[in-house]
Design a binder for this molecule. Sequence first.
Ligand SMILES: NC(=O)c1ccc[n+]([C@@H]2O[C@H](COP(=O)([O-])OP(=O)(O)OC[C@H]3O[C@@H](n4cnc5c(N)ncnc54)[C@H](O)[C@@H]3O)[C@@H](O)[C@H]2O)c1
Length: 323
Amino acid sequence: MSLRIGVAGLGHWGPNLARNFAELAELTWLCDASPDRSDVASRYPHARFTGDFDEMLADGEIDAVVVATPVPTHFELARKALDAGKHVLVEKPPAMKGHEMDELVGLARERDLVLMPGHLLLYHPGVRHLREMVAAGDLGDVLCVYGNRQNLGIIRSNENALWSLGVHDLSVILHLLDEEPDEARAFGRDFLTEGVEDVVFCYLRFPSGKIAHMHLSWLDPHKMRRITVVGTEKMVVFDDMELERKITVYEKGPWRPSERYGEWQTRTGDIFSPRIPSDEPLKLECQEFLRLIAGEGDRVKVAEDGARVVRALDLLTTSLHAG
Ligand SMILES: NC(=O)c1ccc[n+]([C@@H]2O[C@H](COP(=O)([O-])OP(=O)(O)OC[C@H]3O[C@@H](n4cnc5c(N)ncnc54)[C@H](O)[C@@H]3O)[C@@H](O)[C@H]2O)c1
């Protein structure tokens, strides 16, 4: 029997989630606080529309809820949904404070429910390939990772570059390294809107000694969506601006001919791009949510990984505001 899903938040992003769940499951409810969004509901005649999230939750038939409302509402809506016994897919980040996210994770665990953050990039076939290479040790020891997420615009006035852009790279960096940073520093400036940083540089250090960096900005001449992983044997770049070469592997690394006398030299081999499937990451994310509900995969780890991202964002925010 297919699972019954309700989607809340039908602004820019929610309709994409609704489209996927209409294909993969039974889309039974659509919810948006603004009646103007009821036009989305007209595409799904079998789904009921409401402006009241609680009305949707009160439907005992519904199995899971998808939350695609603005970030400040995520924690409260996800908490209500878990309290009502529903599995939840909540857009990133699911909460704005580490302790709030810990509360959601605890609730999901207590009720044995799925709490999945919508970290879209983790389902990107290019990022999956990168993760497989790192996990298999293909790069040797990973030393550092850095993300570039820059562009001119979209200039936001309610969310800074760290929360708006950084959440994507941070989710990938923590996923690749599978560690939680013990040191997190961020520096930035609010050039355009007071209190909303448009340019942010972040530094993370992990217990293993690995380090990471993120350059996040909507005041930049380059449009970059790139993650670089530097290993002792190979170096890899994931570039989401590339149509075909999403992943480039550089067989380059440091090399010391003799441990005792040799000075460090460098080694340069082939540079190649493996074929990466063009599957839609959002569809893969939605399929993963349904798989977790069906009892496949590790639902506890998915929720805890989401908490790790929020805790790191929380640490970086404290550092950013400390100046
Ligand atoms: N994963 C991605 O790549 C990606 C891309 C874009 C947006 N998002 C995320 O999706 C979420 C929504 O972003 P958006 O750009 O669609 O925002 P948006 O402002 O366009 O839409 C949000 C909608 O939520 C509705 N809403 C607000 N409070 C509500 C409530 N309590 N109950 C029901 N509806 C409510 C609003 O009326 C609005 O229609 C954000 O968390 C954002 O970070 C993710």
